[in-house]
Design a protein around this ligand. Structure first.
Ligand SMILES: Nc1ncnc2c1ncn2[C@@H]1O[C@H](COP(=O)(O)OP(=O)(O)OP(=O)(O)O)[C@@H](O)[C@H]1O
Ligand SMILES: [Mg+2]
Length: 289
């Protein structure tokens, strides 16, 4: 049995200290110790994610270089860029996997991501989907969703605990959203690659994240699955904010109203897909001219 529980299933709710940021704007100065994370993210200025002047160095090589990026509440943003541009590193910084050597990273107005652990960031409402699906293969679709439900208990305690009606309703709703209602009792290991991807997205949705990060979600999917993913993401935008990294331009064109092009760790261009595709510098980077 392949069990890959993530740490957030096992931890108690956290209250973590965040240092007041002395040089941030006034709205960000009110961060105190013992701040509770969870619902009630402060997005009063309409921005869910603020990255300013972010740099990441690997042995002197700058994977991210003075990057600035702002994601609006409810936005569906696509990030494109050639291999090695820094797209995955960007997600690593947002989720606390990689610490920037320089720069600011805010979730909402008050949560300083550079001071939070990966688990705290996940609990604060940032969900991430990696390219390879990481579902519990031996468990049913239902059990996978059940496990992923926001809970303070350990994996096994959550499986034994009786679900409330509201929790069951939420699972039913998510099953419909990811179109796996008829596979509810199937072991996840028997699902197709695309269905496993949808299940993993469903598992993220069970935690009700405000910001979803999706790295190359349609890689390896059939055309029909890719089409459904586009529909799904469009339906999730608004209620959630999404940041989608993809190389498939057809897919990007079908979902994005706003695209950011990364190159050598910095933002090269931003705008509609048409706008960035017409941008001379973007054309140079993609065509190697
Ligand atoms: N842990 C690491 N140590 C050293 N170099 C790294 C590390 N992680 C990433 N890099 C380098 O940083 C650069 C950016 O990598 P990243 O994976 O973020 O690119 P990407 O835009 O996601 O590319 P792709 O489209 O191929 O997925 C690459 O040159 C990569 O080799
Ligand atoms: Mg990558």
């Amino acid at each position: 049995m392949r069990i890959t529980p993530t740490a957030e299933f096992m931890l108690e709710p956290v209250f973590f200290p965040v240092e007041p940021n002395k040089d941030a704007g006034t709205s960000r100065d009110n961060i105190g110790f013992g701040q509770s994370v969870g619902p009630g993210l402060d997005t009063r200025h309409g921005t869910i994610l603020t990255l300013e002047d972010i740099s990441v160095s690997f042995d002197g090589f700058k994977a991210l270089n003075a990057l600035n990026l702002y994601i609006g509440v409810g936005e569906l943003r696509c990030i494109i860029g050639p291999n090695g541009a820094g797209k995955t590193t960007l997600m690593d910084v947002i989720t606390g996997k990689t610490r920037p050597s320089h720069g600011k990273a805010w979730f909402g107005e008050t949560l300083d991501l550079t001071q939070m652990s990966e688990v705290q960031i996940a609990q604060a409402g940032i969900g991430r989907k990696f390219q390879k699906p990481t579902v519990f293969e031996a468990l049913s679709v239902f059990e996978n969703l059940e496990l992923a439900q926001k809970t303070d208990k350990s994996v096994w305690a959550s499986l034994r605990a009786r679900l409330t009606g509201e929790q069951k309703d939420r699972i039913t709703e998510v099953l419909e959203t990811i179109r796996l209602t008829t596979s509810v009792n199937r072991p996840a290991g028997l699902l197709s690659h695309g269905q496993k991807q949808f299940l993993e997205i469903g598992m993220l949705l069970m935690q009700d994240p405000q910001l979803l990060l999706l790295d190359e979600p349609v890689a390896g999917m059939t055309d029909a699955e890719t089409e459904f993913t586009a529909e799904l993401f469009k339906s999730l935008a608004g209620k959630h904010s999404l940041m989608v990294v993809e190389h498939d331009m057809g897919f990007v064109g079908s979902i994005a109203d706003h695209v950011t092009v990364l190159h050598q760790g910095s933002v090269l261009a931003e705008g509609s897909l048409e706008q960035v595709q017409d941008n001379e510098r973007v054309i140079e980077v993609y065509l190697g001219r």
